[in-house]
Design a binder for this molecule. Structure first.
Ligand code: PEP
Ligand code: MG
Length: 581
């Protein structure tokens, strides 16, 4: 499908009586039935000239403080302190507490501008600056600033408490959705989210997924033609939204949604039981973690350990790299939280979408193809050595395994292993520690046999493997619909990876997004994968899927998938065989 472009003229609203089907990109899974609620961003208008600095300065300060207080109250009341939504709001609070941002607005107030005008102008300066840098991550920060601007201006305009009450089962329709637009709304009443813009990695996607609300993004301008109160069905699994659905379809969807809710409840009730196929083959289902705060939710969801600790989260949002002691304390906290369960720590995977300013890496034309992952670790050996030492210090010895990201060449693995041996010797570390690698570069999948001779295990990163084999930037929303890890080209590389691993008796896991997709589970198991590292919330559903399968079914599903020529064909075949996945 072509990229979504805004239309030249505003189109009329859809009329009752005619069913309309819109397509988008799924940002959070599920099925929702409800009524449309349009969220229109109010434009705040402030006069340029103020009533003098003596009046406007305290007004500005008061509004910024009120916005801070409101955010702090929201953060305090949030039960999910480790959620992505929490992290976004925490970042917004940090902006509001930034004296430089405030100072810029204060200067304008000193020049006679009104508080609202000055705040708007100061924030717009920053936003334009960030957007102009041509970097997607910085552009996303511009959206954060836009949100921060709105929070203060809403206070200045006296609108902070005016969020309209939502009907039960509200499906929100918006151009894009800013976290501040959700402030004051009753989240429990939101059944679904649909946006004209956005991408699967945008804030609205992260927020929806962390709240468990089905969401479609990148629908295009037609999303804004859905009138308030229109009955709608959001099917994130098919990436469609039906507006004014036929009565029979609505009834069917309502029943299907209830069945899903019941099944999800059953899966969660059985989450602590281990996962074995119906014919008794044990599949380890573990969770992807970012920090110590994630451990509890993972265990509650039945994770049997951690298959991927994205250690870069320890390195983000700071002025310098964490010291060996800081890292050791963090890894120890996570290991202790997991109470003896296995913990796979991936060494720093900085670069590309996870740039760290203090590393001072030269700007790259194509950072996804640049000095990232293990390449950076080898170019900056002091970084990697510090991290290896911190991991080696975790007690008990043997709970932690080490995993290297973005391995392309056997020589890279050999260099990293030599470093590990040297650090072990320098610490007098006598035990053994498993050293595995991520398979996420096509070259590594194709050379899996020689790599398996020297790596203790493999974990397949389907996010990067898909982006590299399909030549599609994983951050580009225009390609989101095609970037599907169930593409047979990706599956053939997974098959190749397992084949190489078998020569040397190594186990193969999957820690990319595909491991969280129940429909993909039979194919992955059929291809020979024995460990699945999923998002915590997906663990109960992945385990439940495993229990319904036999190895014979899995092998047949894998064979059939490998013969297909498109991801759609693979999905269609699987959906036919497992309609409830
Ligand atoms: C992957 O690429 O699939 C992966 C698990 O690593 P990340 O998403 O952190 O790049
Ligand atoms: Mg990766």
């Amino acid at each position: 499908p072509p990229p979504v472009a805004p239309p030249a003229v505003a189109q009329p609203a859809f009329e009752p009586g005619t069913e309309v089907v819109l397509a988008g990109v799924a940002a959070a899974p599920g099925l929702a039935i409800g009524q449309a609620v349009r969220l229109v961003q109010r434009a705040f208008e402030f006069p340029e000239a103020g009533d003098g600095a003596a009046v406007e300065q305290p007004k500005l300060l008061g509004a910024v403080r009120a916005a801070q207080d409101a955010l702090r109250a929201t953060l305090q009341a949030d039960p999910a302190k480790d959620s992505a939504a929490h992290a976004i709001l925490t970042a917004h609070l940090a902006f509001l507490e930034d004296p430089d941002l405030f100072a810029r607005a204060a200067v304008l107030v000193g020049e006679g501008k009104s508080a609202g005008f000055a705040w708007h102008a100061a924030m717009q300066e920053q936003i334009v600056l960030l957007r102009g840098l041509g970097d997607e991550r910085l552009a996303a920060r511009a959206n954060d600033l836009l949100d921060v601007e709105r929070r203060v201006n809403a206070v200045l305009a006296g609108e902070q408490d005016e969020a309209a009450p939502l009907p039960q089962d509200a499906v929100l329709f918006a151009e894009d959705l800013l976290p501040s637009q959700l402030a004051g709304v009753d989240i429990g009443r939101i059944a679904g989210i649909c946006t004209a813009g956005g991408g699967p990695t945008s804030h609205v996607a992260i927020l929806a997924a962390s709240m468990g609300i089905p969401a479609l993004v990148a629908i295009g301008a037609d999303a804004l033609r859905v009138p308030d109160g229109a009955p709608v069905i959001v099917n994130a699994d098919e990436a469609t939204v039906h507006v004014f659905p036929a009565l029979a379809l609505a009834r069917q969807a309502r029943e299907a949604a209830q069945v899903r809710r019941d099944r999800a409840d059953d899966n969660r009730a059985a989450a602590q039981e281990e996962a074995r196929t119906a014919d008794g083959v044990r599949i380890e289902v573990v969770a992807n973690l970012g920090k110590a705060d994630d451990v509890q939710a993972a265990l509650e969801n039945g994770a049997e350990g951690c298959g991927l600790l994205r250690s870069e989260f320890l390195f983000l949002n700071r002025a310098a790299a964490p010291t060996e002691d800081e890292q050791a304390a963090q890894y120890q906290a996570i290991a202790s939280g997991l109470a003896g369960r296995p913990l796979i720590i991936r060494t720093l995977d900085a670069g590309a979408d996870k740039a760290l300013p203090y590393l001072d890496v030269p700007k790259e034309e194509n950072p996804q193809l640049g000095v990232r992952g293990l390449r950076l670790g080898l170019a900056r050996p002091e970084l990697l050595r510090t991290q290896l030492r911190a991991i080696l210090r975790v007690q008990p010895v043997g709970q932690c395994r080490i995993m290297l990201p973005m391995v392309t060449e056997l020589a890279e693995l050999q260099q990293a292993r030599a470093m590990l041996e040297e650090e072990k010797a320098s610490l007098g570390f006598a035990g053994t520690v498993a050293l595995g690698i991520m398979i996420e570069v096509p070259a590594a999948a194709l050379l899996s046999e020689p790599l398996a001779a020297e790596a203790d295990f493999f974990s397949i990163g389907t996010n990067d493997l898909t982006q590299y084999v399909l030549a599609m930037d994983r951050l580009n929303p225009a390609l989101a619909r095609q970037m599907d890890a169930l593409h047979p080209a990706v599956l053939r590389l997974i098959a190749k990876t397992v084949e190489g691993a078998r020569w040397h008796g190594r186990w193969v896991g999957v820690c990319g997004g595909l491991a969280s997709v129940p429909l993909a589970v039979p194919v992955l198991i059929g291809l020979g994968v024995t460990e699945l590292s999923a998002a915590a919330a997906a663990v109960p559903h992945v385990k439940a899927m495993v229990r319904t399968l036999t190895m014979k079914d899995c092998v047949a599903a894998a064979r059939e998938a490998l013969r297909q020529t498109s991801a759609q064909a693979v999905r269609a075949g699987l959906a036919q065989r497992w309609p409830n996945a």
